[in-house]
Design a protein around this ligand. Structure first.
Ligand SMILES: NC(=O)c1ccc[n+]([C@@H]2O[C@H](COP(=O)([O-])OP(=O)(O)OC[C@H]3O[C@@H](n4cnc5c(N)ncnc54)[C@H](O)[C@@H]3O)[C@@H](O)[C@H]2O)c1
Length: 363
């Protein structure tokens, strides 16, 4: 593993910047570039995309000196200590394995892989390489979820018994994010042929992480997944529109709590809403991202009998991008790591199996 002056303070001029390459220079890559460039301990040195023009425009926009059209060329250049993988989902596993073989640190977009066996290959390769490996469950960056996790773990609401979690998006019945019929970054998300696991793999992965982070692991799922008709012949050009766009999952957590987790791209009025309600024997906590991502609501203690809710402000927290760089400096992998990514992948695989069999599936 590269040593990058772990003992120097973050703002030390003597500090060697971590050199990051961004693989896949589409929509989400802009967030990676902006967040890394805001960190004085990082230099974004390369952008990689199979589409050279896109990579060039991206590099110019973010003042990135090098551009490549293949990961092989990036790795051969010797210019990077770490990479962010921001390609469509189907390429996360093969690119991670290639990068890990060369001993570079990896921040991989979600979902970690297309299935649990591939995710476990990534875990094994990351451990063998001895590098930092993280998956970008980006809502961990919200102060509210960190504060709720801490509150639940310290027993503020007693024993957890009931959980309601949802991730709603609006881009199928609306043009809130542009017209999906003509937007490749939305069309590949609708097509299993293009490696999509539907809304379940795209954002269901986030809400499963969001719910289990405070509550703990899931032991059983009973899921229904559905793709609704949306275009003549369920097709737009090369894209067969067969990936699920609504998912409803009944779950039982390892601690015995029951829950419902659901997600859909059909919910007009909610461009990107995460909702989490955790009810325990002594109270309830709630996050509604349409209202706030920096505070949560709680009903407990003296407020129980009047059903009064209290708003609690949460402390700022470091982003995944910051935690990734800190982990590289410390030489200890950060959370959420590939092990966590694989754990969530296992839940998604169980949902797909449950839907196909119309039966509950144990994790
Ligand atoms: N964590 C989050 O909140 C979040 C948000 C949005 C997207 N994402 C994830 O980011 C990833 C990218 O999503 P997006 O919306 O930016 O997609 P996008 O289609 O806008 O961009 C993907 C880019 O990858 C390029 N690409 C494809 N195959 C490649 C390869 N083999 N090597 C190099 N480049 C390749 C494409 O040409 C394209 O420019 C997805 O996995 C998605 O799930 C995560």
């Amino acid at each position: 593993m590269t040593t990058l002056d772990p003992n120097l303070p973050a703002n030390s001029k003597k500090r060697t910047p971590v050199r990051v390459g961004i693989i896949g220079t589409g929509g989400m890559a802009n967030v990676h570039a902006e967040r890394f460039r805001a960190n004085p301990g990082v230099r974004v040195v390369a952008g990689v995309d199979v589409d050279l023009d896109r990579a060039r425009i991206f590099a110019e926009k973010h003042e990135i000196p090098h551009v490549y059209t293949s990961v092989t060329d990036l790795l051969a250049s010797g210019t990077v200590d770490a990479v962010s993988i921001v390609t469509p989902d189907a390429f996360h596993a093969p690119i991670s394995l290639q990068v890990l073989r060369k001993g570079r640190h990896v921040l991989c977009e979600k979902p970690l892989a297309l299935n649990y066996p591939d995710a476990m290959k990534m875990v094994a390769a990351a451990k063998k390489a001895g590098v930092v490996h993280m998956v970008n469950f980006s809502y961990r960056d919200w102060p509210a979820i960190q504060a709720v996790a801490a509150a639940v773990r310290r027993g503020d609401i007693g024993e957890v018994v009931h959980v309601e979690a949802s991730y709603l998006q609006a881009w199928l019945p609306s043009k809130v994010w542009g017209d999906w019929r003509t937007t490749p970054a939305l069309l590949w998300r609708l097509s299993t042929q293009h490696g999509s696991k539907g809304v379940l793999g795209d954002v269901g992965v986030h809400i499963v992480d969001f719910a289990t982070y405070p509550v703990g692991p899931i032991k059983e799922v009973y899921a229904r997944l559905k793709a609704f008709p949306k275009a003549p012949g369920d097709r737009v050009g090369d894209y067969g529109l067969d990936a699920n766009d609504s998912a409803v999952i009944n779950v039982e957590f390892a601690n015995g709590a029951l829950g419902v987790i659901h997600t859909s791209r059909w919910v007009a009025g909610h461009p990107n809403r995460l909702f989490l309600k955790i009810a325990g024997t002594k109270g309830t906590v709630e996050i509604d991202s349409d209202k706030s991502t920096t505070s949560y609501r709680v009903c407990r203690g003296k407020n129980l009998d009047t059903a009064t809710w209290q708003e609690v402000q949460a402390k700022p927290v470091p982003t995944n991008y910051e935690r990734f760089i800190t982990a590289i400096r410390k030489g200890v992998t950060g959370d959420p790591d590939f092990v966590r990514g694989a754990e969530i992948q296992k839940v998604l695989d169980a949902c797909i199996e449950s839907d196909a069999a119309r039966l509950p599936v144990k994790i």
